[in-house]
Design a protein around this ligand. Sequence first.
Ligand SMILES: C[S@@+](CC[C@H](N)C(=O)[O-])C[C@H]1O[C@@H](n2cnc3c(N)ncnc32)[C@H](O)[C@@H]1O
Length: 366
Amino acid sequence: MANEAGIKATDGMGGEGYYDSHSAIQGNAVEQQAARLRRAVRALNLDRPELTIIDYGCGPGRNSMAAFRAVLDEVRKHNAELPIVAMHNDQISNDWNDLVANIQGPDGYLKNVDGVRVAISAGSFFGAVASDGSIDLGMSFMASHWLDGAVSLHAPGTLFFADITGPAREAIAALADDHWTRFMRHRAREVRSGGWLVVEAMSSIKDPGDRSGLAAGGHRLYRALWQIADGMAQDGLVERAHLDAFVFPVYFRELDEIRAPLEREADLKAAFEIIELENELIENPYVEAWRQHGDDAAYAKAYAGFSRGFSESAFRNGLFNLSAAEKNSADALTEMFYTRLEDLFRAEPDGHIFDNRSMTLVVRRR
Ligand SMILES: C[S@@+](CC[C@H](N)C(=O)[O-])C[C@H]1O[C@@H](n2cnc3c(N)ncnc32)[C@H](O)[C@@H]1O
């Protein structure tokens, strides 16, 4: 769903290197996948004219480099000559200049590997982003938990899916199921028979001790984001009606919700063999550094920067653009929001710690 300016709620992460400099948590999530990616490569048929590897939702790409380096290294161990297409998918609004700079940069994957052609696929992964049967290995990190566009539900008192109650909670679960089914259906078309798909994303597990009934990844951060947005509504800076309707457009699925369409939908059941479905907690480098050095201000700055790196476009498009007035532009509201967030993290450094609960699905295309 696009707004008047044609900008989607999940428009690219902060450009001009901002996302790259504030995505250490995502970086750890990707690093952790290297062994799975190498195993997938070893299972592929490398006796082919060309091999195509795609990263769905690659962002500006710094973290994507680590994934491609592992995959290409493993391919070259087994086949020194095979021509490879390294394809990067994200939305058209992604910072593609940053991505290309990363590919060519010191950590880029072209440095040590010959015979690789870079391809860009700009478009939503809720639609087709590669030709049918063209992908040998698909991967995706910290991306498929984004919903397809803005979510507008009546959800006063929260902006986080897990804290929504009643029929609106059921509505967002149904929406998320529909979007995940669509994501996997397109991958079923794109990944060739014998190809593999490794999808990592934020997730949730049951937690009866939490008021949401879940330990949803990052829930303390989303509650802090709510606290700041609510404070701005109380101060008359954002309109309460807009905030009541604003839901941050992510959904962190439990493993059962990941599995559901793969078992329920006949075409998906026929298409994919589940090799692995895991839930794990990934290290948070900002908290590690804070525990080591005890520098509250540095921690608050880094954590607020991380939060801004992935959330700014959703807040701008879903809230600040709508509430902007002559006195306070969307830019001013955005600055105010993240300044208040940093202040909160500095004042209560152990109150809002981000738990990076991640899931990985590995499937083989039959
Ligand atoms: C948190 S970033 C992760 C980027 C990268 N994979 C990483 O691990 O650092 C999420 C990415 O998903 C992309 N994304 C969200 N919705 C998308 C969609 N419908 N189609 C393609 N990419 C999408 C965003 O633009 C963003 O680049």
